[in-house]
Design a protein around this ligand. Structure first.
Ligand SMILES: [Zn+2]
Ligand SMILES: [Zn+2]
Length: 382
């Protein structure tokens, strides 16, 4: 494949300033990022690499000058025998906010490089922490869903300095040691070998700028601990202990950092006498003997209020009835499950003489009336 002109690759004129080169690269890198081109990742990777190679040369005044005067031959020596590789790319920092934590970079940058990339200048993790909170709700909230505003303890960017740590976000100056590049080159002669190492600038830790005057609000860290109010939509039908993920609502340490996620675990308050199993609910009702024998009605507590259950005559103890549509909906759905009611029959403990006679008349004498009265002895041991 013929090597394309670096200016052409980035679509900038030969007179472009370093800032123009940078913004062109960022724009194209975002467009051709392999993670965003899932249908043809291989081609996107190639394109992305080509862009990065061009940027590597044109963003560096010395390399750019050699490229301008000698063409590719002038910079070839910077790269390995196979040409530009990701190991030669020294501008990962310029793309942190675009690429941080993506699978693509994990694939190209092994352990150390990735570790370096994930740690920002000030040693703050590049991706913010996830935050977990529990949210207690009445069971009825699972019926229609609800919305709650919760206070989440998060670390966030200091608003006064916009995360820079400098007073008003402007009291910054170009790092005198690296002249704003964020990296320093060291050349070491080891016998015949001449080694050039590029390391993060120790003064600004790679930021290229340093704080001239610290922000009084955050003391120069750019980060504030705050209680953020976040509105959480609870979908109907959500199960107990389910966890909702609110992407990007976790901790966001500083400018350019990817915020962590917020995880909200829903815990339903138990409801006396009612058990939930998926979409169905189970409860119990006690009816007097007369109702079981002759039929009638029973009041049953439902999830939200109560219902009248018709008890047919001759209902046996422990019969189960179904109240259709009195259960819980499917997640984000509307059709509700059922409420099952187990009916217990309460027997009178004592009968008056008249009641006994009437019952005997109606139901007949118990078969084989006892000849001897047994005494309650107790339970047999096993
Ligand atoms: Zn520096
Ligand atoms: Zn601040």
């Amino acid at each position: 494949m013929a090597k394309r002109d670096y200016y052409e690759v980035l679509g900038v004129p030969r007179t472009a300033t370093t800032d123009e080169v940078k913004s062109a690269y960022r724009k194209l890198a975002r467009q051709h990022h392999p993670d965003l081109n899932k249908e043809n990742p291989k081609a996107a990777e190639e394109k992305f690499k080509e862009l990065s190679e061009a940027y590597e040369v044109l963003a560096d005044p010395a390399k750019r000058q050699r490229y301008d005067s000698q063409g590719y031959r002038g910079v070839e020596g910077e790269f390995g025998p196979g040409g530009f590789s990701w190991q030669n790319f020294t501008h990962v920092g310029d793309l942190e906010d675009l690429l941080g934590g993506t699978d693509f970079f994990q694939a190209f940058f092994g352990g150390d490089l990735l570790g370096g990339m994930r740690t920002r200048a000030s040693g703050i993790p590049f991706r913010g922490n996830d935050v977990e909170v529990a949210l207690r709700l009445p069971l009825s909230a699972a019926l229609h869903g609800t919305e709650r505003v919760i206070e989440v303890p998060v670390q966030g960017e200091c608003q006064d300095c916009r995360g820079t740590g400098a007073r008003n976000g402007t009291a910054l100056e170009t790092c005198p040691e690296c002249q704003g590049r964020g990296q320093v080159r060291r050349s070491v002669n080891r016998g015949a070998a001449h080694l050039i190492t590029i390391t993060e600038c120790p003064t600004c830790h790679g930021a290229g700028r340093r704080i001239k005057e610290a922000c009084p609000t955050c003391g120069g860290s750019g980060i504030l601990r705050q209680a953020r109010k976040i509105s959480v939509a609870i979908p109907a039908g959500i199960e107990d202990q389910a966890v909702l993920r609110l992407a990007g609502q976790g901790t966001a340490p500083g400018t350019g950092a990817i915020p962590g996620d917020l995880f909200v675990q829903v815990l339903f308050e138990p409801m006396a006498g009612l058990r939930r199993e998926g979409q169905n609910a189970y409860t119990e009702a006690v009816v007097p003997l007369a109702t079981a024998l002759l039929g009638g009605e029973a009041r049953v507590a439902t999830i939200e209020s109560e219902a009248i259950l018709k008890i047919p005559a001759g209902t046996q103890p422990e019969s189960q009835f179904r109240l259709r549509g009195e259960g819980f909906p499917k997640l984000r759905g509307r059709d509700r499950g059922d409420l099952f009611v187990t009916v217990h029959v309460q027997l009178p403990e004592q009968l008056s003489g008249g009641q006994r006679d009437l019952l005997q008349q109606a139901l007949g004498k118990p078969a084989g009336a006892p000849a001897r009265r047994p005494t309650l002895f107790g339970r047999r041991r096993t």
